[in-house]
Design a protein around this ligand. Structure first.
Ligand SMILES: *Cc1c(COP(=O)(O)O)cnc(C)c1O
Length: 458
């Protein structure tokens, strides 16, 4: 498979180069030059086996079938449920797909456990070493650190905003006892952390000297790994299903859209948001206008510019990279992006629906589902089931809502909604006894760069 940039002005690359590059050199995102067609599943099989069938066309010839099989088996053996991503019924035609049984209790593990292993495999093959730097508001950083801790060919440095992550999220980063894994507290906000990471990438000398790499949500391999659970979940049902997806950067919805392009039996998508509802407004009104980010109980969805939307926009533009680049440039300068009525008819109407829920409605939904079924949902997942309930009440279709985090990761909101205090699962029971290893730095580029160089092993 070859990959092209959504902005049409970067070299075509194979899978390994796309994995390591993250962003394309023209600022665009890499997408496969065509969408492969799904093969029927061979027999009753495991999640990891189906994952190999779904992803092989995307990674060949760079990664062969035997290697991909080993990487998938290892990645999904870290999950605490034999089904990896179990489906649980909550109403007549309402299901929840639990994506949070990985090591750090959020759905980011599904992709990052595999992507970390792919990085290590390719770097070993090439005899290279990289430094992954990233910024996190909580979930991505812990999932990334856990995915590459102990990898021989990778150092990872994650910047998080001092005092602004939950205790569980911070400890999942700071208690990992591996010499290649480093969590650094920045005296600033998440946006400051992200700006520092961007500045490190823009510092060409620093970037080359330390062989910087990224595993943020625009990395193609993360989207690819998420396609798999849409395929396996939809194949469980006799009729095409609807997915309801709690959304921030749009990566998860995009993965579902790709699964359907490949032939998975999916009818349509419900895009669920919190108060940061830019995508709801786009889907319902055809126009995208960015506003200030409002903090909510679902922090991983507190996003106003959904970076992975660019990949869908590229498709809407008939894969015209120049047109996509121009549209995004106008969006950046004017804060407004509108699509043509015919694009809307072809790509939005009948394919995506959307609904947004504020914190109060989210807590009410956690309480409703708990009262009806006994199941506890985290605030991100609750926006998904709330949207599914809203649309599902007027149609007979099967709806699968994605549960993106374990309720134990957001115990305060869950307790406020239900009165129930959730404890951590067994493998994290000692999280609050383990020693924390972290450094605190000021929000200053040269200080952070000096620290990164000191932390990274020679
Ligand atoms: C990252 C995250 C999301 C949003 O996923 P996107 O791919 O950015 O749309 C939703 N819920 C949780 C718990 C997350 O960690």
């Amino acid at each position: 498979m070859r990959y092209v940039s959504t902005r049409g002005d970067a070299p075509e690359l194979g899978f390994s180069d796309v994995l390591l590059a993250g962003l394309a050199s023209d600022g665009g995102l890499y997408v496969p030059e065509h969408w492969p067609t799904l093969e029927q599943p061979a027999e009753a099989r495991t999640y990891a086996e189906r994952a190999v069938e779904v992803m092989l066309p995307f990674v060949e010839p760079d990664i062969d079938e035997a290697t991909l099989t080993k990487l998938c088996n290892d990645a999904y053996a870290t999950f605490r449920h034999p089904a990896v991503v179990p489906l649980v019924q909550i109403d007549h035609r309402q299901w929840v797909l639990e994506l949070f049984h990985g090591p750090t209790l959020a759905f980011k593990d599904v992709a990052l456990q595999l992507v970390g292993r792919m990085f290590d495999h390719i770097l070993a093959q090439r005899g290279e070493r990289v430094t992954i730097v990233g910024a996190t508001s909580g979930d991505t950083g812990s999932a990334a650190i856990n995915a590459v801790a102990g990898c021989e060919h990778i150092d990872i440095v994650i910047l998080y905003p001092l005092g602004r992550t939950s205790d569980v999220q911070r400890r999942q980063m700071t208690t990992v006892d591996q010499p290649n894994a480093h969590a650094v507290a920045v005296d600033g906000t998440f946006d400051d952390c992200q700006d520092l990471v961007k500045a490190m990438f823009n510092d060409a000398d620093f970037r080359c000297r330390n062989n910087l790499s990224a595993v943020n949500s625009i990395n193609w391999a993360r989207v690819m790994a998420q396609v798999v659970y849409y395929v396996t979940a939809s194949e469980t049902f006799a009729e095409p299903v609807t997915f309801s997806v709690p959304t921030g950067n749009f990566g998860n919805v995009l993965a579902g859209w790709i699964a359907r392009e490949m032939g998975a039996p999916i009818r349509d998508f419900i895009v669920a948001s919190n108060t940061n509802d830019i995508l709801t407004r786009f889907i319902n009104d055809g126009e995208m206008t960015a506003r200030e980010v409002v903090p909510t109980f679902s922090p991983s969805m507190d996003i106003q510019v959904s970076s992975n939307f660019e990949r869908l926009l590229f498709e809407m533009n008939g894969r015209d990279g120049g047109m996509t680049a121009e549209q995004l440039m106008r969006f950046r300068s004017s804060g407004r992006l509108a699509v043509e009525p015919d694009q809307r008819a072809a790509y939005v109407t009948g394919h995506f629906r959307a609904a947004a829920f504020d914190d109060e409605a989210t807590l009410a939904e956690i309480a409703r589902v708990h009262g009806a079924t006994g199941m506890l949902l985290d605030p991100h997942s609750a926006t998904g089931t709330a949207a599914a309930a809203q649309f599902g009440s007027v149609e007979p279709n099967t709806i699968i809502s994605l549960a993106t985090a374990d309720p134990a990761k957001f115990p305060d909101a869950v307790e406020q909604a239900t009165g129930v205090r959730v404890g951590l699962p067994e493998h994290l029971a000692d999280l609050f006894e383990l020693e924390e290893r972290t450094e605190t730095v000021s929000n200053d580029l040269s200080t952070v760069e000096a620290l990164v160089e000191r932390l990274v092993q020679p």
